[in-house]
Design a protein around this ligand. Sequence first.
Ligand code: HEC
Length: 208
Amino acid sequence: MCLITVGCGPMDKGNSEAVKKEMEDRKVKHVLPSQITDKAKERGLAITDAAQKVLLQTLIKKIESEGILGAVEYCNLNAFPLVDSLSKANHATIRRVSNKWRNPKDAPIADEIAIMEAYTYSVEQGQAPREEVFMEDNSTQVVYTRPIMMGAALCLQCHGTPGKELTQEVADKIKGLYPEDKATGYELGEWRGIWKVVFEKKDLVLEL
Ligand code: HEC
């Protein structure tokens, strides 16, 4: 205990300051669970906003310079590296998950299956999907999720209906790169999937 130091003879000012600091440093932070979930929401929203912006800006630039076909190839090569670099920069694990996925790596796994079922249920009930935070007492991690919507007509050029918004040429290119593709036939405004950000609980506590 810090008090032992206090008991060691007369203290000059410097010494008592040091003791005070030591006690401050060791003080246990009293943090409410709601403060952690609020922090996860704040950080999750900021990170996914940034990720979404980077992906969209890059996509638009590529479509302008190389057309839709070139952009498909670009997404194929770069969507994961772009998101991974944001994960590193933010000391969190960021990924996209979809029930009707294009890249099989975006299919739901483990705890994501239940999360996606809950989202699917609320969408089927006609509710707008919302952001969520999942935190369990015995876990060292906190999970933030946020819906991804087919928010722009642009999205349909690669995720819409083949022969309609999606030209046959683009549909063929996509099939070539993703033989198991399930991510077509979407409509404007439809729920597409989620962003999932996993934080270490202790990192969030440190920020409080
Ligand atoms: C130029 C074609 C193109 C456009 C336009 C496009 N996407 Fe995609 N999208 C792709 C490709 C290719 C992938 C697979 C990337 C990969 O391999 O990681 C993908 C993957 C995704 C994923 C990850 C889940 C999955 O299915 O693998 C989401 C979510 C997504 N797109 C949403 C959107 C949204 C929302 C828009 C509109 C803002 C959009 N896309 C516009 C080509 C496109």
